[in-house]
Design a protein. Structure first.
Length: 202
């Protein structure tokens, strides 16, 4: 049953990122699969994959969508980054990470929501609107550290990011300049990890 749960989580994340969950044939397929799991006609992960396989985004589709995904829900962004961090650390079940306590692990918007052109000249107004909610612009940080850096410019955030015990957060602080290209590059890296963290295979 644990394999069924892991596969369900993986397929759900792929569906959320690529799109399609919540409407039409995809929702019907998931509902039918859920009923079959409940009734016992689907008992194994292999049976579940056979049931949902036709609607599951491929690795290439998932990676492409993940590389540009915008995440506006803080809890979802924290879950995704936490699972990716665990994948990078070699956790055997990174996708099953619980939603961490926000008082301990906070979501940092590297380019802040209230960024000003004076403090963030590396982004145009249009880019600021487009990149604030990109997953590549988000990082996990201790709440006390995050509270201290707030809306400061990247030069003032770098040291706190680099000092993080979380590899993905530390890597974000290691870049020379935080701009659209840096967000894009980081998110491409996250997308490659995502294919491993939420596999569509057994």
């Amino acid at each position: 049953m644990k394999k069924v749960l892991r596969l369900t989580v993986s397929l759900s994340v792929r569906g959320l990122v690529v799109g399609g969950i919540g409407g039409g044939s995809t929702e019907t397929a998931y509902c039918n699969a859920a009923m079959k799991i409940r009734s016992g006609s689907i008992k194994t992960a292999a049976e579940l994959l056979a049931e949902l396989g036709p609607i599951v985004p491929s690795d290439a589709e998932f990676e492409k969508a993940f590389a540009i995904v915008r995440v506006t829900k803080t809890s979802l962004a924290r879950y995704l980054l936490n699972a990716l961090e665990r994948q990078l650390a070699g956790d055997s079940e990174p996708e099953l990470v619980p939603n961490s306590n926000e008082e301990q692990v906070n979501l940092e918007h590297i380019l802040p929501k209230k960024a000003t052109i004076a403090q963030w000249p590396t982004f145009t107004d249009e880019q600021r609107r487009a990149y604030i909610d990109r997953l590549g612009n988000h990082a996990l940080m201790k709440k006390t550290v995050n509270d201290g850096i707030g809306n400061k410019p990247f030069a003032d955030k770098k040291a706190a990011l680099v000092a993080s015990d979380l590899t993905l957060t530390s890597e974000a602080g290691a870049v020379a300049t935080w701009d659209a290209a840096a967000v894009d590059a980081r998110q491409v890296r996250l997308a490659k990890l995502a294919v491993l963290a939420w596999p569509a295979t057994l």
